[in-house]
Design a protein around this ligand. Structure first.
Ligand code: SF4
Ligand code: SF4
Length: 95
């Protein structure tokens, strides 16, 4: 049996091209996450600083506190770092 011929770099499609605008929500990037943010709703003062800082738009505003859309949160921890009342704790994901 002959060795399978793999495609060379010239035949691999060019990456980083948006083929369809507004398609980011189709790709649930939350499964990259190693740590997840957990909101202490008793401590949260609904200041929305985490909502402003989240690079993935994964913080969702509710009436009295915020929540995290884990389909898109990549677990960077910026929200926990910026929260002025330390209402967000990063916990390790269990697989
Ligand atoms: S951990 Fe990062 S991606 Fe997830 S909600 Fe916080 S700031 Fe957004
Ligand atoms: S930064 Fe902290 S206190 Fe402010 S909305 Fe987010 S979790 Fe709540």
């Amino acid at each position: 049996m002959g060795e399978e011929k793999k495609p060379g770099w010239k035949t691999v499609p060019i990456g980083g091209i948006l083929l369809e605008p507004g398609s980011a929500t189709k790709y649930k990037t939350g499964d990259w996450r190693a740590f997840r943010p957990v909101i202490d709703t008793n401590k949260c003062v609904n200041c929305l600083i985490c909502w402003i800082y989240c690079p993935d738009g994964a913080i969702k505003r509710l009436e009295k506190h915020v929540t995290v859309d884990l389909d898109y949160c990549k677990g960077c921890g910026i929200c926990a770092n910026e929260c002025p009342v330390k209402a967000i704790t990063m916990i390790e994901e269990k697989r």
